[in-house]
Write a protein that binds this ligand. Structure first.
Ligand code: 13P
Length: 343
């Protein structure tokens, strides 16, 4: 394992921002259905091409996460997407979990699959130029969950995947997503985040993961989406920063956030507040899918007069301003309906 190289790559990834363009075909289907676009392979390619060829991408992004199909797709000119982005200084990444299945014996809890075939898959991606790989696990909050067994099973898989990636020269982007969906309180979310992070880093150390060569992709500490409680940016930032500072090792390579179904404005305003509460021991930035893409997909689908690539450039600029700690929410962008991830 080249620890130095892994550490340098991880630091670079957290230095600007990351676009998550790694929606599975099933997630894409839901999002395309919602705006009335047929979810064909070619339409998925055309849509992703708008995102990755944006001139603003080079300024705002240090990495893009692809889904397997997109990783191998090409621009209209015949250049593989992954090579096109790397020429702009944007590192190509790949989502490597194969989705969620029920955790037997634990109602309402999930585990991600794909670990058994990961070593072969990861060497193929590494050979083709992938520099980092994301694995998403999901923790749901409800009355009696998450159980410690569900947290334990998921962090075991995350730690093993992370070590497999590093042995192949790939930076793992370890994502234990605590779902925003639910009626839980912000205090409950905070408590679950602490349990998850403590178990995660204990297990990653036990499985000999080189922490400076790994990235944490985390949710923010939020009141449940259906709790009826509004999002208070200062409260979210204070809780999130406190928990990250106390439960994430300082030597980690970087911390990035998912948007989780927040509106774009909320996701940018929360990140901005979090950055303002620095200094932080690691680079901290966005790795958003929905918060960056929702308005763009709508404009593309509606053949809006606003050019979708202009709209994406605006979203990226806002994200970069948030990454600099200078974003101010001007209006609630409730018009952009967010859709849940695959469950
Ligand atoms: P969202 O920003 O839409 O939550 O997606 C990020 C992601 O990669 C989830 O796995």
């Amino acid at each position: 394992m080249d620890k130095h190289k892994l550490g340098e790559t991880a630091k670079y990834l957290a230095s600007k921002g990351i676009l998550a363009a790694d929606e599975s075909n099933a997630s894409c289907q839901k999002r395309f259905d919602a705006v009335g676009i047929e979810c064909t392979e070619e339409n998925r390619r055309l849509y992703r091409q708008i995102l990755i060829t944006s001139p603003q991408a080079k300024e705002s992004l240090s990495g893009i996460i692809f889904f397997d199909e997109t990783f191998w797709q090409k621009t209209n000119e015949g250049k593989p997407f992954r090579e096109f982005v790397e020429e702009q200084g944007i590192l190509p990444g790949i989502k490597v979990d194969e989705g969620l299945v029920d955790l037997p014996g634990f109602d309402g809890e999930k585990i991600s699959k794909g670990l058994d075939t990961l070593p072969e898959r990861i060497s193929k991606y590494a050979e083709a130029g992938a520099k980092f790989a994301k694995w998403r696990s999901v923790i749901t909050i409800s009355e009696a969950i998450p159980t410690q067994e569900c947290i334990g099973a998921n962090v075991y898989v995350l730690a093993r995947y992370a070590r497999i990636c590093q042995d192949a020269g790939i930076v793992p982007m370890v994502e234990p997503e605590i779902l925003f969906d639910g009626t839980h309180s912000i205090e409950n979310c905070q408590e679950v985040m602490i349990r998850t992070l403590d178990a995660l880093f204990y297990t990653m150390r036990a499985f000999r993961v080189h922490l400076p060569g790994a990235i944490l992709k985390t949710s923010m500490i939020l009141p449940g989406k259906d709790s009826g409680k509004p999002i208070d940016y200062v409260d979210v930032a204070e809780r999130t920063v406190k928990v990250l500072h106390e439960h994430v090792p300082d030597e980690l390579g970087g911390v990035v956030f998912l948007s989780g179904g927040q509106t774009s404005d909320d996701a940018f305003a929360n990140l901005s507040q979090i950055v303002q509460k620095g200094p932080h021991p690691w680079g901290i930035t966005f790795s958003y899918s929905r918060a960056l893409q929702d308005p763009v997909l709508q404009a593309w689908a509606q053949h809006s007069t606003t050019d979708p690539s202009e709209l994406f450039a605006e979203q990226l600029k806002k994200a970069s301003v948030a990454h600099a700690g200078k974003f101010k929410a001007t209006k609630k962008d409730e018009s952009f309906v967010s859709h849940s991830q695959d469950l």
